[in-house]
Design a binder for this molecule. Sequence first.
Ligand code: AOF
Ligand code: ZN
Length: 379
Amino acid sequence: MTQEEKYMQLALKLARRGVGFVEPNPAVGCVVVKVDQVIGKGWHKEFGGPHAEINAIEDCRGIGATLARATMYVTLEPCCHEGKTGPCCDAIIAANPAKVIIATPDPADHANGKGIERLRAAGIEVVVGLCKQDAEVLNAPFFKFVRTRRPWVTLKWAQSIDGKLAAASGSGGDRWISNELSRKDVHKLRRSVGAILVGAGTVIADDPFLTPRPSRGKHPLRIVLDSNLRIPLKSRIISTKRSPSMIVCTAGVMQTKQEKIERIRKKGVEVFISAQNEGKCDIDSLLTELGRRGIQQLLVEGGPEVITAFLKGNHADAVRVYIAPKIMGPTGTADINKAMAKSATQTQLHHANVQTFNQDACITGLIKEIKTPATPPQQ
Ligand code: AOF
Ligand code: ZN
């Protein structure tokens, strides 16, 4: 690894601290280096807060250092628009570093090379493309949404070693599969997405709230895939108002369950009549609709049939699975292995990452490899 790559990797590491807090913004990190010394570090810490570059410039000021003759490493093209904060480009130009090294351009309309141009026009040397792939993997949901206007889909489940997602009611065993720390992580994940989806079977079996707890001001849309409108009117997703809800069913129920539709709508819950695919709700057009509503990320939380349908239809971008050191044996239900045995394709996850939450393992991986052109960084 070159020295420059090391600095950019440090900026990427700082950026990762923002994951879970900055969405739907990208996570961005920044390192300022002068005569081989890091004189400032910054990252985008939370949605609506100052950008990475501003925090890094502030950090330099904190030790009384100026950016003259310094090099700034930043994981995303600095913005030049007036957003929730002032344009980073103007702050960088005012601080006047000799060089700015950027991992990847920002494809958002308000950026898309304009920030790079503005820095160059001010006489700052700009290099683009260092550690580009890592930067693309880091913000893959943001990049997908900006480029395609479709949400990034993560399939998440927690399983026992023998592939069970739930404990049978009355089995006497522990209700939870994963441990408290894993579940805390799931709530952080919920806070980072625009919508959370489950199948009607999960609602009937578990009656989940499907809200992030604590919410910290985040209220992702709760979606139930329910082609035959089986959801009980008393279910928490309908009766609690903490987050908006949307029940997705097919046109067939408009004749047979008109009254139920009305009753759900009267409770302030949306009933969305979806296009149909083999008698089920068409996931593809639902994703288009969610994208149209500006939802950047969708978290699919089960059950086994729904998770498998997303995999089979090639609608998933990422998988995050928590594996608890537990064998459920006869007390386990919702068998993910059984559902997946019906799924047509073998899938090798890319850019995989393994974490532990106390004694639970958590594997994250992407369905497709993130490819970037193998060109050397432009000078
Ligand atoms: C940067 N540095 O650290 C981030 C950037 O609403 P705002 O003002 O927070 O702007 C959000 C947009 O700015 C976001 O959509 C993305 O294009 C860019 N994010 N840019 O220069 C940062 N997080
Ligand atoms: Zn900015």
